[in-house]
Design a protein around this ligand. Structure first.
Ligand SMILES: [Zn+2]
Length: 125
């Protein structure tokens, strides 16, 4: 498993990067209408998430990288298994891309905030 205290733990579990206890997001990722709702601050340590305007603008670049990885993986799987006609590649990769938007969105924001906020265990201040 992933050890607490690592950035990977915070990213994968969508936890506060500072204390790794509070949740970054207010809802579950499969809540399709509200998957993007973030908590304003950590319920455990109080660190504010994305306090500045447009803080998560850079997460779009991370999300773009995830989406490209999904499209390349889709292409490779199709190419190496059935090698279908071109329109099948387009339909399947677009479907995979749209279906993974909630996870990509949340993961990219989690990666982005972890680039700038470091883990500080309780009592280490
Ligand atoms: Zn926290």
């Amino acid at each position: 498993m992933i050890d607490k205290g690592t950035k990977l733990y915070s990213i994968v579990h969508e936890k506060c990067p500072r204390c790794q206890e509070g949740n970054l997001f207010a809802t579950a990722p499969y809540n399709v209408l509200h998957f993007s709702e973030m908590n304003k601050a950590c319920a455990h340590c109080g660190v504010r998430f994305g306090d500045e305007p447009s803080y998560f603008f850079g997460a779009m670049y991370v999300s773009y990288a995830f989406q490209v990885m999904i499209m390349v993986a889709t292409y490779l799987v199709l190419r190496l298994t059935t090698n279908p006609e071109a329109w099948v590649y387009i339909v399947v990769s677009l479907t995979a891309t749209v279906a993974t938007i909630p996870f990509s969105f949340r993961l990219s924001r989690s990666v982005w905030i972890n680039l700038f906020v470091s883990y500080q265990p309780e009592g280490s201040k």
